[in-house]
Design a protein around this ligand. Structure first.
Ligand SMILES: [Zn+2]
Ligand SMILES: [Zn+2]
Length: 248
């Protein structure tokens, strides 16, 4: 549940590739000088509401403002094969295109992805790996082939040592820490990580920096300190913060 003026975790890469879609993603982008009209790809880690709730609003924004824009990039929405087509269909349906014709003039393509698939999105090379969560999820590794910068996104997942291999050597790892200071019981029903577990994955991967997200608002300082005991280069991002990765 985002606080006032805040949003659920979502990330914009190179100004055009959005990873997850927070409740207010379109307006949150505008607040930091970015526009949904520049987006050509949305990568959803999985289809729980906190990761896709802003999709209808973003599609509405694009349909309202995009028609008059020259060279508007085509939008492709990518996500887990189990859910992505249904969720994008529901977001489109919410706009009632059959009643409001102008909202049907722009559409977007949908690309279901299974864990292990690799994608080329312009300068970005994206590889995926399975996670352990209550619905099918994808851990994304994004490689900027122009600069060499590499970023990993865990999405929501229980602690999975195998993810360290997927994220080997990334400059930045964005990992969930839903359990904060609390260490969850391991088991197949577990779907989230603690801050220390996020840090263990970053440490195992030899990542440059770790950003913990999706963490409880309470005990924020203690949670960060616990992660830093395991992996010193750990941070909590501010809403709207820009992080420079790699050269160029
Ligand atoms: Zn989830
Ligand atoms: Zn979530």
């Amino acid at each position: 549940m985002p606080g006032l003026g805040d949003d659920t975790a979502c990330f914009l890469i190179n100004g055009h590739c959005l990873v997850d879609c927070g409740w207010n993603a379109a307006l949150s982008m505008a607040r930091v000088g970015r526009t949904p009209l520049d987006i050509d790809h949305i990568l959803l880690t999985h289809c729980h509401h906190d990761h896709y709730m802003g999709l209808a609003g973003l599609l509405f924004y694009r349909r309202l403002r995009g028609l008059s824009v020259e060279d508007l990039p085509e939008l492709r929405i990518i996500g887990p094969g189990a859910d992505i087509e249904r969720v994008v269909g529901l977001a489109r349906g919410f706009l009632q295109p059959e009643r409001f014709e102008t909202l049907d003039r722009l559409t977007e393509s949908v690309m279901p992805v299974d864990p292990g698939d690799a994608l080329d999105l312009g300068e970005l090379r994206v590889t995926t790996a399975p996670v352990q969560h209550q619905v099918q999820g994808l851990a994304y590794r994004v490689h900027d082939t122009r600069t060499g910068a590499q970023i990993g996104f865990s999405g929501d997942t229980a602690y999975l040592p195998a993810l360290s291999e997927h994220f080997r050597g990334v400059d930045v790892l964005v990992h969930e820490a839903s359990h904060g200071l609390h260490e969850p019981q391991p088991g197949p029903e577990q779907g989230h990580s603690s801050a220390r577990q996020a840090a263990a994955t970053a440490s195992g991967a030899g990542a440059g920096r770790l950003y913990i997200v999706h963490a409880p608002a309470t005990d924020a300082e203690a949670t960060l300190a616990a992660a830093r005991e395991v992996f010193p280069s750990t941070y909590r991002p501010e809403a709207g913060e820009t992080v420079e990765v790699g050269e160029g």
